[in-house]
Design a binder for this molecule. Structure first.
Ligand code: FAD
Length: 426
């Protein structure tokens, strides 16, 4: 028997928590689900060493105290229609029905291939941060942090707090781009304050602008990285490399539901109106899935979506000017961290592009589209279902990502066979 919710929220990061709280505040029966084991999403992921920030504690408490919010953690969506979701949990599959759906699926890192990027010891920057928050021992290890965007500083601060020695932070944006970014931050005083705290935390750490990793070297594990710093090629000895080139909205579920996407930035994101409504009438979206904008716009948009989903339009309207201001930060990120074109040219013939299935750059050379490449090389058929390699190939201008088909995550056969899920999308 499928359970029914007035509002079902996918994603329990800042956007999803705010959406659930807002909708429940009007008396709606709300379901809040997330693939992770705890509430908080990416930015408020639980850290075994540190208490959650005050804002996060407040958001957790707001949701936990409401008896009309059912929480489903470690719950993965397998398939979806505009009325129900098929989800998989550790012990069972279930069908969740809804009147209104709020997509607060957040974003993931953009990883781009370069020689040596699959060596043990090389991580995504946010991935390394997540592992370390969950207790992976890093004390005393020498780590190079590289890529682009403000996340690099947040990652460096977490690693340092856990005892890592940060050998260098390599930001690909130029000093001029960074100065323009810093110069505009006064418009978002909270972010400016966060940046100052991070800088203070990272005193003494070598920070290079216009710097990117050309190759990682090692044997059974990483030993050093070759870094382009301005015109110079420098080798840095290290135990780990944490590298990420910004964030990419998680739009797969929205695509599966048929929501229109827009691409006025570098990556497709869900198109919404002033009430965070998507092109599908009963589906709303909020936070990074609507474009990379950070925690504050995620919280505001989540609240707007939650209010609007239950018809509380005045409460939603009251937040619009704050939302517009917070969203201007997205444009700033977009313009100030554009990628150096040389980063897209680092992969060589034998560089692995699809690391789930070990498919190299040269093996993909002769294919004109993602589907043909997938069928003949298995590129994108592994555990990540093309989220890493498909996104990288699109970013490298190789071929655009195809639309997802259910199951959108690898699922047990029993889930597909036993679930009370009558309709199939598309
Ligand atoms: C790896 C990583 C680390 C980051 N670390 C920081 C940081 O330290 N500081 C900072 O300021 N910003 C950080 N960010 C940026 C951060 O994502 C945003 O500022 C903020 O968390 C966005 O909130 P959100 O609610 O939109 O999405 P998120 O916080 O990303 O939450 C989305 C949630 O949706 C869940 N989800 C997605 N799809 C599904 C699905 N199909 N089924 C079930 N659950 C699903 C995810 O598990 C996730 O918990 C990080 C981003 C990433 C990708």
């Amino acid at each position: 028997m499928a359970e029914h919710y007035d509002v079902l929220v996918v994603g329990a990061g800042p956007a999803g928590l705010a959406a659930a709280d807002a909708a429940a505040g009007h008396g709606a029966r709300v379901g809040l689900l997330d693939a992770q084991a705890t509430l908080g999403g990416q930015v408020w992921r639980r850290d075994v060493r540190a208490e959650a920030p005050r804002m996060a504690r407040h958001a957790f408490h707001a949701v936990e105290r409401r008896t009309n919010i059912a929480r489903f953690t470690q719950t993965q969506i397998v398939a979806a229609t505009d009325k129900e979701l098929l989800v998989e949990q550790a012990a069972q599959a279930r069908t969740l029905r809804y009147d209104k759906l709020v997509l607060a699926c957040g974003a993931r890192e953009l990883l781009l291939p370069f020689p040596g990027w699959t060596l043990p010891g090389v991580f995504g920057a946010g991935g390394a941060q997540a592992l370390i928050k969950q207790g992976w021992p890093i004390a005393g290890k020498r780590v190079v942090i590289a890529g682009s965007g403000p996340l690099l500083l947040a990652v460096a601060a977490t690693l340092r707090k856990h005892g890592a020695s940060i050998a260098a932070i390599c930001e690909q944006a130029s000093a001029k781009q960074l100065a323009a970014f810093a110069g505009a931050l006064w418009r978002w005083p909270q972010k400016a304050a966060q940046a100052l705290v991070l800088r203070a935390t990272l005193t003494g750490v070598p920070y290079h602008a216009a710097a990117f990793v050309r190759a990682a070297h090692g044997d059974a594990r990483l030993r050093s990285v070759e870094v382009q710093i301005g015109e110079n090629l420098v080798r840095i000895e290290c135990d780990h490399l944490a590298v990420g080139y910004g964030l990419v909205p998680n739009v797969e579920l929205a695509q599966l539901l048929g929501c229109a996407l827009t691409r006025n930035g570098s990556h497709p994101h869900v198109e919404v109106d002033d009430d965070q409504r998507t092109s599908i009438a009963n589906v709303y979206a909020a936070g990074e899935v609507c474009g990379i904008g950070g925690r504050d716009s995620a919280r505001i948009e989540g609240a707007i979506a939650g209010h609007a989903a239950v018809g509380a339009t005045q409460a939603a309207q009251a937040l619009r000017s704050a939302q517009r201001h917070a969203r201007r930060f997205s444009a700033l990120l977009e313009t100030r961290f554009t990628l150096d074109a040389r980063i897209r040219e680092l992969a060589t013939d034998d560089t692995i592009v699809c690391r789930c299935e070990d498919v190299t750059w040269s093996a993909l050379r002769d294919f004109g589209d993602a589907r043909a490449a997938k069928l003949q090389t298995r590129c994108g058929m592994g555990a990540c279902q093309g989220r890493i390699c498909g996104t990288a190939l699109a970013e490298l201008g190789r071929f655009p990502r195809g639309g997802p088909r259910p199951p959108i995550f690898p699922a047990r056969l029993a889930t597909l066979a036993e679930a009370d899920f009558a309709s199939t999308p598309n």
